[in-house]
Design a protein around this ligand. Sequence first.
Ligand code: DC
Length: 220
Amino acid sequence: MIIIAIDGPAAAGKGTLAKRLAATLNLPYLDTGLLYRATAKLVLEAGGNPADHETATAAARALTEADAARADLRDMATSKAASQVASIPAVRAALLAYQRAYANANGAVLDGRDIGTVIFPHADVKLFVTASVEARAKRRQAEFIAKGEHIPLADVIADVAARDEADRRRTASPLIPAEDAILIDTTTLNADEAFLRAMEEVKKKQAIFSREKMAPKGTS
Ligand code: DC
Protein backbone atom coordinates (compact mmCIF):
# COMPACT_ATOMS: atom_id res chain seq x y z
CA MET A 1 0.00 0.00 0.00
CA ILE A 2 1.53 3.25 -1.12
CA ILE A 3 0.32 6.83 -0.81
CA ILE A 4 1.54 9.37 -3.35
CA ALA A 5 0.88 13.06 -2.66
CA ILE A 6 0.98 15.45 -5.60
CA ASP A 7 0.63 19.16 -4.91
CA GLY A 8 1.09 22.29 -6.97
CA PRO A 9 -0.65 25.29 -8.52
CA ALA A 10 -3.52 25.20 -11.03
CA ALA A 11 -2.91 23.63 -14.45
CA ALA A 12 0.65 22.51 -13.67
CA GLY A 13 -0.01 18.99 -14.94
CA LYS A 14 -0.80 17.35 -11.59
CA GLY A 15 -3.90 15.56 -12.85
CA THR A 16 -2.22 14.13 -15.94
CA LEU A 17 0.70 12.87 -13.87
CA ALA A 18 -1.51 11.57 -11.04
CA LYS A 19 -3.77 9.59 -13.40
CA ARG A 20 -0.82 8.00 -15.16
CA LEU A 21 0.89 7.05 -11.91
CA ALA A 22 -2.36 5.61 -10.56
CA ALA A 23 -2.95 3.54 -13.72
CA THR A 24 0.66 2.29 -13.79
CA LEU A 25 0.74 1.38 -10.11
CA ASN A 26 -2.84 0.10 -10.03
CA LEU A 27 -3.83 2.59 -7.34
CA PRO A 28 -7.06 4.57 -6.86
CA TYR A 29 -6.82 8.25 -7.83
CA LEU A 30 -8.46 11.15 -6.00
CA ASP A 31 -8.56 14.64 -7.50
CA THR A 32 -9.11 16.54 -4.25
CA GLY A 33 -9.79 19.81 -6.10
CA LEU A 34 -13.11 18.29 -7.13
CA LEU A 35 -14.20 18.23 -3.47
CA TYR A 36 -13.72 22.02 -3.24
CA ARG A 37 -15.26 22.56 -6.67
CA ALA A 38 -18.31 20.46 -5.78
CA THR A 39 -18.72 22.31 -2.49
CA ALA A 40 -18.59 25.60 -4.40
CA LYS A 41 -21.11 24.34 -6.95
CA LEU A 42 -23.59 23.38 -4.23
CA VAL A 43 -23.31 26.88 -2.76
CA LEU A 44 -23.67 28.63 -6.14
CA GLU A 45 -26.64 26.52 -7.15
CA ALA A 46 -28.41 27.32 -3.91
CA GLY A 47 -27.84 31.03 -4.63
CA GLY A 48 -25.45 31.30 -1.65
CA ASN A 49 -22.23 33.23 -1.17
CA PRO A 50 -19.13 30.98 -1.42
CA ALA A 51 -17.21 33.35 0.86
CA ASP A 52 -19.76 32.89 3.65
CA HIS A 53 -18.24 30.49 6.18
CA GLU A 54 -21.47 28.94 7.45
CA THR A 55 -22.99 28.38 4.01
CA ALA A 56 -19.79 26.89 2.58
CA THR A 57 -19.16 24.68 5.61
CA ALA A 58 -22.72 23.31 5.53
CA ALA A 59 -22.23 22.49 1.82
CA ALA A 60 -18.91 20.73 2.50
CA ARG A 61 -20.51 18.66 5.26
CA ALA A 62 -23.42 17.70 2.98
CA LEU A 63 -21.19 16.74 0.02
CA THR A 64 -21.74 13.32 -1.56
CA GLU A 65 -19.51 11.33 -3.93
CA ALA A 66 -22.06 11.96 -6.68
CA ASP A 67 -21.65 15.74 -6.22
CA ALA A 68 -17.89 15.44 -6.71
CA ALA A 69 -18.34 13.18 -9.77
CA ARG A 70 -20.32 15.80 -11.73
CA ALA A 71 -18.91 16.74 -15.13
CA ASP A 72 -19.71 20.46 -14.85
CA LEU A 73 -17.28 21.55 -12.13
CA ARG A 74 -14.54 23.16 -14.25
CA ASP A 75 -16.07 26.43 -15.47
CA MET A 76 -14.48 29.71 -14.39
CA ALA A 77 -17.24 30.72 -11.95
CA THR A 78 -16.95 27.40 -10.10
CA SER A 79 -13.13 27.67 -10.11
CA LYS A 80 -13.28 31.09 -8.49
CA ALA A 81 -15.85 29.98 -5.93
CA ALA A 82 -13.80 26.82 -5.20
CA SER A 83 -10.82 28.98 -4.32
CA GLN A 84 -13.06 30.97 -1.95
CA VAL A 85 -14.51 27.96 -0.14
CA ALA A 86 -11.03 26.38 0.03
CA SER A 87 -9.77 29.29 2.13
CA ILE A 88 -12.29 28.53 4.90
CA PRO A 89 -10.72 26.34 7.66
CA ALA A 90 -14.02 24.62 8.59
CA VAL A 91 -14.57 23.62 4.94
CA ARG A 92 -11.10 22.07 4.83
CA ALA A 93 -11.73 20.31 8.13
CA ALA A 94 -15.03 18.89 6.82
CA LEU A 95 -13.26 17.39 3.78
CA LEU A 96 -10.21 16.02 5.57
CA ALA A 97 -11.57 12.72 6.93
CA TYR A 98 -12.91 11.67 3.53
CA GLN A 99 -9.52 12.21 1.87
CA ARG A 100 -7.67 10.25 4.55
CA ALA A 101 -10.16 7.39 4.57
CA TYR A 102 -10.08 7.18 0.76
CA ALA A 103 -6.31 6.69 0.65
CA ASN A 104 -6.00 4.59 3.80
CA ALA A 105 -8.31 1.94 2.38
CA ASN A 106 -6.02 0.69 -0.42
CA GLY A 107 -3.34 3.33 -0.93
CA ALA A 108 -3.88 6.07 -3.53
CA VAL A 109 -2.52 8.85 -5.63
CA LEU A 110 -4.03 12.16 -4.47
CA ASP A 111 -3.54 15.54 -6.07
CA GLY A 112 -4.30 18.92 -4.53
CA ARG A 113 -2.60 21.75 -2.67
CA ASP A 114 -2.04 20.43 0.86
CA ILE A 115 -1.76 16.66 0.43
CA GLY A 116 1.92 16.38 1.36
CA THR A 117 1.75 19.08 4.05
CA VAL A 118 -1.57 18.48 5.85
CA ILE A 119 -3.60 15.52 4.60
CA PHE A 120 -0.72 13.02 4.39
CA PRO A 121 2.43 14.53 5.91
CA HIS A 122 3.82 10.96 5.99
CA ALA A 123 2.98 10.13 2.37
CA ASP A 124 5.43 7.64 0.83
CA VAL A 125 6.19 9.88 -2.14
CA LYS A 126 5.60 13.64 -2.28
CA LEU A 127 5.77 15.52 -5.54
CA PHE A 128 5.35 19.26 -6.08
CA VAL A 129 4.43 19.90 -9.69
CA THR A 130 4.74 23.42 -10.97
CA ALA A 131 5.25 25.48 -14.15
CA SER A 132 5.40 29.14 -15.17
CA VAL A 133 2.07 30.98 -15.05
CA GLU A 134 2.16 31.48 -18.86
CA ALA A 135 2.69 27.77 -19.53
CA ARG A 136 -0.14 26.85 -17.17
CA ALA A 137 -2.54 29.45 -18.57
CA LYS A 138 -1.87 28.22 -22.13
CA ARG A 139 -2.76 24.69 -21.08
CA ARG A 140 -5.92 25.84 -19.33
CA GLN A 141 -6.88 27.90 -22.40
CA ALA A 142 -6.41 24.83 -24.63
CA GLU A 143 -8.75 22.87 -22.32
CA PHE A 144 -11.38 25.61 -22.65
CA ILE A 145 -10.95 25.70 -26.46
CA ALA A 146 -11.42 21.92 -26.60
CA LYS A 147 -14.79 22.48 -24.89
CA GLY A 148 -15.70 25.22 -27.40
CA GLU A 149 -15.01 28.14 -25.03
CA HIS A 150 -12.71 30.79 -26.49
CA ILE A 151 -11.25 32.85 -23.65
CA PRO A 152 -8.43 35.36 -24.35
CA LEU A 153 -5.06 34.21 -22.98
CA ALA A 154 -4.70 37.42 -20.95
CA ASP A 155 -7.94 36.59 -19.11
CA VAL A 156 -6.82 33.02 -18.40
CA ILE A 157 -3.42 34.28 -17.14
CA ALA A 158 -5.15 36.77 -14.84
CA ASP A 159 -7.50 34.07 -13.54
CA VAL A 160 -4.74 31.50 -12.93
CA ALA A 161 -2.50 34.12 -11.26
CA ALA A 162 -5.32 35.32 -9.01
CA ARG A 163 -6.15 31.79 -7.86
CA ASP A 164 -2.46 30.98 -7.24
CA GLU A 165 -2.17 34.10 -5.16
CA ALA A 166 -5.30 33.24 -3.14
CA ASP A 167 -4.15 29.62 -2.65
CA ARG A 168 -0.66 30.71 -1.53
CA ARG A 169 -1.71 33.55 0.75
CA ARG A 170 -4.52 31.90 2.67
CA THR A 171 -3.73 31.00 6.25
CA ALA A 172 -5.58 27.64 6.17
CA SER A 173 -3.33 25.03 4.51
CA PRO A 174 -1.67 27.39 2.02
CA LEU A 175 -0.14 26.10 -1.19
CA ILE A 176 3.51 25.44 -0.29
CA PRO A 177 5.79 22.53 -1.15
CA ALA A 178 6.36 20.09 1.70
CA GLU A 179 10.00 20.24 2.84
CA ASP A 180 10.59 16.72 1.55
CA ALA A 181 8.69 17.09 -1.74
CA ILE A 182 10.43 16.46 -5.06
CA LEU A 183 9.99 19.43 -7.39
CA ILE A 184 8.86 18.69 -10.94
CA ASP A 185 8.77 21.75 -13.23
CA THR A 186 6.61 21.07 -16.29
CA THR A 187 7.55 24.37 -18.00
CA THR A 188 10.39 22.43 -19.58
CA LEU A 189 9.43 18.79 -18.98
CA ASN A 190 6.76 17.19 -21.15
CA ALA A 191 4.21 14.76 -19.70
CA ASP A 192 6.38 11.70 -20.44
CA GLU A 193 9.45 13.26 -18.83
CA ALA A 194 7.48 14.33 -15.76
CA PHE A 195 6.10 10.79 -15.44
CA LEU A 196 9.58 9.22 -15.69
CA ARG A 197 10.92 11.61 -13.07
CA ALA A 198 8.05 10.74 -10.73
CA MET A 199 8.52 7.00 -11.33
CA GLU A 200 12.20 7.31 -10.32
CA GLU A 201 11.01 8.47 -6.90
CA VAL A 202 8.36 5.74 -6.66
CA LYS A 203 10.93 3.06 -7.55
CA LYS A 204 13.37 4.37 -4.93
CA LYS A 205 10.61 4.04 -2.33
CA GLN A 206 9.61 0.59 -3.55
CA ALA A 207 13.25 -0.54 -3.28
CA ILE A 208 13.34 0.66 0.35
CA PHE A 209 10.08 -1.19 1.08
CA SER A 210 11.35 -4.45 -0.36
CA ARG A 211 14.67 -4.16 1.51
CA GLU A 212 12.70 -3.63 4.73
CA LYS A 213 10.52 -6.67 3.98
CA MET A 214 13.56 -8.89 3.34
CA ALA A 215 15.43 -7.78 6.45
CA PRO A 216 15.16 -10.33 9.31
CA LYS A 217 13.07 -9.07 12.25
CA GLY A 218 15.05 -7.08 14.78
CA THR A 219 17.50 -5.70 12.23
CA SER A 220 17.16 -2.29 10.67
O1 DC B 1 -6.97 21.71 -8.44
P1 DC B 1 -8.24 22.53 -8.74
O2 DC B 1 -8.00 23.71 -9.64
O3 DC B 1 -9.36 21.68 -9.20
O4 DC B 1 -8.68 23.12 -7.30
C1 DC B 1 -9.82 23.92 -7.13
C2 DC B 1 -9.58 24.87 -5.95
O5 DC B 1 -9.54 24.13 -4.75
C3 DC B 1 -8.30 25.68 -6.03
O6 DC B 1 -8.55 27.05 -5.77
C4 DC B 1 -7.43 25.13 -4.94
C5 DC B 1 -8.36 24.45 -4.01
N1 DC B 1 -7.80 23.21 -3.49
C6 DC B 1 -7.29 23.24 -2.22
O7 DC B 1 -7.29 24.29 -1.58
N2 DC B 1 -6.79 22.11 -1.67
C7 DC B 1 -6.77 20.96 -2.35
N3 DC B 1 -6.27 19.86 -1.77
C8 DC B 1 -7.27 20.92 -3.68
C9 DC B 1 -7.76 22.08 -4.22
